[in-house]
Design a binder for this molecule. Structure first.
Ligand SMILES: Nc1ncnc2c1ncn2[C@@H]1O[C@H](COP(=O)(O)OP(=O)(O)OP(=O)(O)O)[C@@H](O)[C@H]1O
Ligand SMILES: Nc1ncnc2c1ncn2[C@@H]1O[C@H](COP(=O)(O)OP(=O)(O)OP(=O)(O)O)[C@@H](O)[C@H]1O
Ligand SMILES: [Mg+2]
Ligand SMILES: [Mg+2]
Lengths: 255, 255
């Protein structure tokens, strides 16, 4: 029974791609079959998993035009049990093109319906509430929201919750919050702790107990085309993502 | 003679809004007349300058429909000599609506033509290469590119340069690079220094000598609705933005 989770937040640089890569890797490490769909024209998830630039076709952009390409688009990564559909800059054109499609909010949903044999499908969303993110949310069972422990990121959360509510009311009544993940937490910094306190007060158990510390190994790993887990298994960031994976699995059994 | 500068980078969280607010404030502090146009639906520049949510109309979105609203949209800030046109979430609709406009790339240009009495106009762009950012670049004399000293940010730079070249060839032949600004630099972290070395090698004197250090006072300031310069004048981040303003002014005399 596949579970489709969008990693979304329109605020930029909050750890969407980092969470996609490292959570997916942690789940693959405990024998789950995982697929990442890179829906961000920047293609950071593709790069962070070492997918060569000339190996990112067909992307979800080409599949919008020709569904039959799905099987060709699913590529291997360095991690057994983790596959990826890569992204390239053509995907930026999809944002404008999708505006003129008949059922422009449901295009990803019809593509994902053809995908089989995965326990989890993670969609890495771009930093915007445009049609690529909307399509991902419409096609998903849940959305996981990385939240940087900073003021601007906190401010954007209410706009995101509003968008999720609208999508639930108009396009996908089953859409739920998978969880809110506090990222780049720096215990020494009072702002970080204030944001954490505020978020736990407002959102209660929707907020993961696991938090991700600011950890330089996490930001170094992508330059080696590897997840932090492969780059430095003992790093504080890697351990935190393994803890997160345990919590995500535990929550699946609860629902 | 007004100068219109877009602060742009499709990579999220690299310091676009922080640079817009603090560079504009530093220039206002040396008696320049400055306007910020918040072109990001997140409205972070509006929040960071203490503009109340109910004081953000008309935004550039309403002006797209009715140009006469320009004078009403220019609001005061706490800083003498610095004004702002605020943004609200309606602006997200502009991204989709603009696709069907006649000259969809030139809408901002015709609005900005009506603005007078400013030395500098800064446009804070969203983290995307969509029509809001394209409109800003078409309407601008130059673009200032904040670059976080991290691997994913560096990777995105070539896509941005490519977009700037396309805009220069098709819509705005005068568009130049105002400068590339290294942000959130952490001298203790080897990745930061590697990125700085790499960027200076590739882009030479397009890269400001001034760099902005990672500084917690910068991220605390927006929660008080103030620029870092007002929140803590002696902070390393505030001093760096004052240095940047000096360099920006010096460069104006060179060109
Ligand atoms: N816990 C962490 N500690 C240190 N650095 C981190 C951490 N998480 C992410 N980063 C770094 O911060 C930057 C932003 O993270 P990332 O690119 O994953 O965010 P994003 O939300 O996907 O960005 P975008 O909005 O551009 O898609 C990256 O350079 C990444 O390597
Ligand atoms: N030099 C700095 N030191 C510490 N924190 C910083 C610095 N510059 C920016 N920040 C913080 O980093 C986060 C990202 O910065 P900012 O929001 O300005 O980036 P942005 O590029 O405008 O993001 P977006 O892509 O979402 O528009 C903010 O929380 C900000 O307060
Ligand atoms: Mg990303
Ligand atoms: Mg911003």
């Amino acid at each position: 029974m596949k579970k489709i989770i969008s990693i979304s937040n329109q605020k930029g640089g909050v750890g969407k791609t980092t969470t996609t890569i490292n959570l997916a890797t942690s789940l693959a490490a405990v024998k789950k079959n995982v697929l990442i769909v890179d829906a961000d024209p920047q293609g950071n998830a593709s790069t962070g998993l070492g997918l060569a630039h000339n190996d990112r076709r067909p992307s979800i952009y080409e599949m919008i035009h020709e569904k039959r390409l799905l099987k060709e688009g699913i590529k291997e990564t360095l991690i057994p049990g983790l596959k990826i559909i890569g992204a390239n800059t053509d995907l930026a054109a999809a944002e404008i093109e999708l505006t003129n499609f008949e059922n422009r909010e449901f295009v990803f949903k019809s593509i994902f319906a053809e995908i089989d044999n995965f326990d989890f499908i993670f969609v890495d969303c771009p930093p915007a509430l445009g049609l690529l993110t909307i399509n991902s949310l419409v096609a998903s069972n849940t959305t996981l929201i990385p939240l940087q422990s900073e003021f601007f990121a906190l401010e954007g959360l209410s706009a995101l919750m509003q968008t999720i509510k609208l999508i639930k009311e108009n396009f996908n009544s089953d859409l739920k919050i998978e969880g809110i993940l506090l990222t780049m937490l720096d215990k020494r910094n009072s702002l970080s702790s204030l944001v954490e306190k505020d978020v736990r007060q407002h959102f209660g158990d929707q907020v993961y107990k696991t938090t991700i510390p600011r950890n330089v190994k996490i930001s170094e790993a992508p330059s080696h085309g590897k997840p932090a887990l492969l780059y430095d298994t003992q790093a504080a960031g890697s351990i935190a993502y393994i803890e997160l994976a345990k919590e995500v699995i535990l929550n699946q059994n609860k629902n």
